[in-house]
Structure formats: structure tokens, C-alpha cells
Design a protein around this ligand. Structure first.
Ligand SMILES: Cc1ncc(C[n+]2csc(CCOP(=O)(O)OP(=O)(O)O)c2C)c(N)n1
Ligand code: SF4
Length: 330
């Protein structure tokens, strides 16, 4: 694939962007266009595949190939696209409802298989497009049109789900920090294999402020910690606090005593970082939780086809169909 230098403008389409004013999707779109302009892939080798939801309108707004598909099936369609066309850079844009509810099965198997896809899951903890029903990431107790007295469902932690499904790159970013979105997507693009990126996204209409305790600039400094490879686990307004992990427990220490983060060797530590979400006294983690190498599904399929073709020659579909008993129906 020849390396090209695009500008974010090259990745804008001529379509009018139709999200509600103030929706977090705008910031994610701009940051994604900035990131994808830098990955060295020509537009005709790039495709964005989405399911259904507000977030899934994304392909319309990108100046590359795209497919606004059907509810929950983006990961399956993207798996086929990448496997049939291994030289494409395939990105999936999906929502928490699209990915984790109707599309949950497809998502976990794309992650298990390590298909070389980049999955961006916009998590607004609600169904936006269908006007505010609770989703698999809504917190228990959330009052919505489908849970007027408070949802009694316990939510998924998307990072844990991705880690448990075997995803080889798992990260989290937030719509209020476009620089962080861009750097996370550049790291995802450079990873060979599946990249699952949860993006905290604010739905101003149906679940406004869902992430505000962690997503505003001040809250981010005090209440989140950025997991960056080779960097110390520090947080706080002046990066004065740090985290140390020992015996499976996390403790707050002075910045100088903080552990250095290594997502390549730290499988159990990645789970510990995901569980920070359940601790009121500790910051939630953003950044790269886990990154390691495994053979990709699309690569393995191609290798198998190439080696069998070398051994047996190119197949003949018609011959194959008529080799065994064949009959006509109707
Ligand atoms: C088979 C099918 N079932 C249900 C729907 C209705 N539907 C459309 S989008 C959606 C949920 C979208 O929520 P989410 O994925 O969180 O995206 P958001 O709109 O919040 O970005 C649902 C249930 C549908 N379009 N197709
Ligand atoms: S309903 Fe929510 S998620 Fe959908 S466009 Fe409006 S603000 Fe964005």
C-alpha cells in the first residue's frame, strides 16, 4: 500500500452533518478525520462500516468508501470485507446499543478471531436514534422511557468485555479530548489485528452529562488516568499523584512512586484497570489497556487459500458444485 499524505479536509464528504447541535459525535468525527489523514492509506483503500444508530451515520460524513449497514451487523460485514480485501483499512463505527445489544454476538467473535478491524464504539449509555431507551451500558437506576422507575439491569463494562473476548488492542478515549482521540486512533491504526476503542460520547438530548464527572477538563485531570505505554501512571491537576499495583490491589502513591504502564505484558493488570470504574475513590482509566500480537483471522484465511492454491491449483466453482450429487429445486 503506497503511503499518502491526506489532510482532514480530504476525509470530509459533501454531506451535511445531521446530529443534534452539541452532540459529542461532532468532535469524534473531526478527530477521526484528522487521525485517518495521517495513517498513510489512500482514500480508496479505506472504508468505514457502521450499523444503525446516530453514531452509525458516520460513513456518510467521511470522504472514503463506507457502508451504513443493518443494526448490529457492522462487525460481521466488516469481517467479510477485510477477509475478501485484506489490503483495505477497515473501520467500524458503532454505538453501545448497536455493538453490545443486538450486535453483541458478532462483536465478541470478531474480537476472538482477531480480525484486523478497528472498532470505534461510541458509548453514550443510551439509544440515541430511537429516542432514549436504556442500553446495555446504562447504569442501573437510569430513568428512561423504557425504564420510567429506573433500570434494574446491570451494565456491561465494554473494556472488560473486549479483554475477555481476546481483543488484542483495547483502549478508551473521550469526546471532550480530540487530541486524545486522535492519538488513540493512530495507535489503533498502527496495530495489526483487532482494535477495540470505547469512546465516551455525550448525547445532549437523551442522556446529557452521563460522563461529566470524568470528562470535563478538570474532572479528567483529577478523576481519570491516562494509560500510555512506557509512561508512569500519574494523575491529578499537576500530575502529582500516582497509582501502584501490588498483589492485585491498587493504591494511590506519590507520582515519583507510580508504576510505569506496559499494555503489552500486563493482561491481569488490564482487567484491574478496567475495574477502576467500580471504585469511587480511584480515577477511571483512559488510554491503552492492552496491546499484544496474535495471528489475524484475515491473514490466516489468506495463507490457507494461498497454500491450497499452490498445492491444488485454482478452484473451479462450477466443477465443485457438480462434483457430488446435485439437483434442481422447483
Ligand atoms: C433489527 C432492528 N431492531 C431495532 C432497530 C431500532 N434501533 C435503531 S438504532 C437502535 C439503537 C441505537 O443505539 P446506539 O447503538 O447506542 O446508537 P446511538 O443512536 O446512541 O448512537 C435501535 C434499537 C432497528 N433499526 N433494527
Ligand atoms: S440524539 Fe443524542 S446521540 Fe443522537 S444526534 Fe442527538 S445528541 Fe447525538
Amino acid at each position: 500500500m503506497s503511503a499518502v499524505q491526506l489532510t482532514p479536509k480530504d476525509l470530509k464528504s459533501d454531506q451535511e452533518v445531521r446530529w443534534c447541535p452539541g452532540c459529542g459525535d461532532y468532535a469524534i468525527l473531526n478527530a477521526t478525520q484528522a487521525a485517518l489523514a495521517e495513517i498513510g492509506v489512500p482514500r480508496e483503500k479505506m472504508t468505514i462500516i457502521s450499523g444503525i444508530g446516530c453514531s452509525s451515520r458516520f460513513p456518510y460524513y467521511m470522504g472514503c468508501y463506507g457502508f451504513h449497514s443493518i443494526h448490529g451487523r457492522a462487525a460481521a460485514i466488516a469481517t467479510g470485507t477485510k477477509t475478501a480485501n485484506p489490503d483495505l483499512s477497515v473501520w467500524v463505527v458503532t454505538g453501545d446499543g448497536d455493538a453490545m445489544s443486538i450486535g453483541g454476538n458478532h462483536l465478541i467473535h470478531a474480537m476472538r478471531r482477531n480480525v484486523d478491524l478497528k472498532i470505534l464504539m461510541f458509548n453514550n449509555q443510551i439509544y440515541g436514534l430511537t429516542k432514549g431507551q436504556y442500553s446495555p451500558t446504562s447504569p442501573a437506576g437510569l430513568k428512561t422511557k423504557t425504564s420510567p422507575y429506573g433500570s434494574v439491569d446491570l451494565p456491561f463494562n465494554p473494556i472488560n468485555l473486549a479483554l475477555g473476548s481476546g481483543a488484542t488492542f483495547v483502549a478508551r478515549t473521550v469526546d471532550t479530548n480530540p487530541k486524545h482521540i486522535k492519538s488513540t486512533l493512530l495507535a489503533a491504526a498502527a496495530h495489526k489485528g483487532i482494535a477495540f476503542v470505547e469512546i465516551w460520547q455525550n448525547c445532549v438530548i437523551f442522556n446529557d452529562g452521563a460522563w461529566k464527572d470524568w470528562s470535563t477538563k478538570d474532572a479528567r485531570a483529577e478523576r481519570t488516568i491516562d494509560l500510555q505505554p512506557g509512561q508512569p501512571l500519574v494523575f491529578g491537576k499537576d500530575n502529582e499523584k500516582g497509582l501502584r499495583i501490588s498483589g492485585g490491589e491498587v493504591e494511590v502513591v506519590a507520582a515519583a512512586d507510580a508504576d510505569v504502564w506496559d499494555p503489552t505484558t500486563a493482561a491481569p493488570l488490564a482487567y484491574i484497570m478496567a475495574y477502576l470504574d467500580e471504585r469511587e475513590d480511584l480515577p477511571h482509566a483512559l488510554g491503552i489497556f492492552r496491546q499484544h500480537d496474535k495471528p489475524t483471522y484475515d491473514g490466516a484465511v489468506k495463507e490457507q487459500i494461498d497454500s491450497l492454491t499452490a498445492k491444488k491449483g485454482k478452484g473451479d466453482l462450477k466443477k465443485l458444485i457438480y462434483t457430488k450429487d446435485a439437483w434442481q429445486v422447483g
